[in-house]
Ligand binder design. Structure first.
Ligand code: FAD
Length: 420
């Protein structure tokens, strides 16, 4: 067992940004543990552009964006153990990991940043009837096959789910010569960004069929066709079936934060996001364990992942360098109402709020002409008009620390939507 100051689990954009921020804040003894053979996480397979508009004010590909952070981490001398799988995180923060050089080893850090990202919802979680033939992939697996391994998974493709990865793969498969017949989406709205619907579907004439789902998959050895149908009140409507001859079905039906390690350690999870419940410092229910990026809640833009993870790294550094004192201060729960599905953080300590606290959330439906309002008890402390809110786009609210401290006696904070 080796003592270290900080262990960062995961070397994707979140882990890299957290490590860089912690090192810049003065943490010398830190290490990133990454199971893959290179840092960068899922961005290494996202070879399209559109990354970094907020952070670098330029359009980068995923690998370019990741490389900027990996390079900075290298320049700062931050050790990153690659091909290293973290097997266990204990409640006392002991990290058990394994790789070929060190075998099984344990680290006992003062603080941990969870940055394990997320995984895709597989077919098994979707209850689609039909045989189990070859030719059914999650969109992320297809993205890896095409962009990293050089294989085209199929030539005639139906995509179920209009999350961003599904939309991006509709364009990618088309550019590689496949015919994408349609994207079917269970909900009456897309789960992806508006810009991806325009650039990946509309520009290529690929139909988006909202309120539709796959009701049958034909083919025993290989997918031979897919039947979709319109959905009302959550159920397929008989007589609305539409058949597509195809050899491939791609699934883009949601991402699940990767929290087996967090669960094992006893970290409290938010049932809505599937990620840890955190306070304003992105600290989980275990003092000294912080979380950021897709392990915390699924982000739409990687720029926000980097921003959030930098904050987690800085808070972890403050925890380590401040001598692991737990702030004995009032904690307000953050509640959501009227179409706000969740918030990160879920609790907030006004005394620890600093200059500002970033509150991120998603809405449960498409709303027009609403006002996002935040109340401390009965007092409105923030309000902003929003012409359109959609579940696919993450919302961000900045709350002023002074205002929060002035309302530290409130019973709770409430984030809600009101008529504009
Ligand atoms: C398939 C897919 C495609 C995406 N495409 C886009 C896109 O086109 N545009 C966009 O803006 N966003 C995209 N995203 C969202 C993207 O995930 C985030 O923007 C960003 O990469 C999240 O960063 P992260 O560091 O939180 O997670 P990740 O990038 O997933 O990094 C997590 C890292 O943790 C490592 N890890 C996990 N568990 C362990 C363990 N036990 N031990 C050691 N290491 C571990 C993983 O190997 C990985 O490197 C995509 C996501 C997925 C899943």
């Amino acid at each position: 067992m080796k003592n270290v100051d900080l262990v960062i689990i995961g070397g994707g954009p979140a882990g890299l940004a957290a490590a860089i921020a912690a090192r810049k804040a003065g943490v010398q003894d830190l290490v990133i543990l990454e199971r893959d053979k290179e840092p960068g996480g899922i961005l290494n397979q996202c070879i399209h552009n559109g990354f970094g508009l907020h952070t670098f004010k330029e359009e980068l590909t995923g690998p370019e964006y990741a490389a900027r952070f990996a390079e900075q981490a290298r320049e700062l001398g931050i050790p990153c153990k690659l091909n290293t799988m973290v097997m266990d995180l204990a409640a006392d923060k002991t990290v058990t990991a394994m790789n070929r050089e060190d075998g099984l080893f344990q680290l006992h850090p003062k603080a941990v940043v969870l940055a394990m990202g997320c995984r895709e919802r597989p077919r098994g979680a979707l209850n689609i009837p039909g045989y189990r033939p070859a030719g059914i992939y999650t969109a992320g697996t297809a993205q890896r096959l095409v962009n990293m391994e050089g294989y085209l998974p199929g030539r005639r493709v139906v995509i179920l789910g209009s999350g961003d990865i599904g939309l991006i793969m509709a364009r990618r498969m088309t550019l590689e010569g496949a015919k994408v017949l349609c994207v079917a989406e269970l909900m009456p709205y897309s789960g992806g960004l508006k810009r991806n619907i325009v650039q990946c579907l509309d520009d290529f004439g690929i139909p988006l069929k909202l309120s539709h789902t796959v009701v049958d998959i034909q083919g025993k050895e290989r997918v031979e066709g897919v039947t979709i149908a319109r959905v009302e009140n959550g159920k397929p409507v008989p007589g609305t079936e539409e058949h597509f001859d195809c050899d491939t079905l791609l699934l883009s039906c949601g991402l699940l934060p990767e929290n087996e390690l967090s669960r094992g350690a006893g970290v409290d999870l938010n049932p809505v996001t599937g990620g840890p419940a955190v306070n304003e410092s992105l600290e989980t229910s275990i003092p000294g364990v912080f979380a950021a990026g897709n392990v915390l809640h699924v982000h739409d833009l990687v720029d926000f992942v980097s921003e959030e993870a930098s904050a987690a790294g800085a808070h972890a550094a403050a925890y380590i360098l401040g001598g692991e004192q737990e702030a004995d201060t009032r904690t307000l729960p953050v509640r959501c109402e009227n179409g706000v599905r969740y918030t990160v953080p879920t609790t907030l300590r006004p005394a620890c709020a600093g200059d500002t606290v970033t509150l991120r959330f998603r809405v449960a439906n498409v709303y027009k002409n609403k006002k996002v309002a935040v109340y401390a008890g009965d007092t409105c402390i923030f309000s902003r008009k929003r012409p359109v809110l959609a579940p696919g786009e993450m919302e961000t609210v900045l709350l002023k620390g002074d205002v929060l401290r002035a309302h530290a006696d409130a019973a709770q904070l409430t984030v809600t939507l009101e008529e504009a």
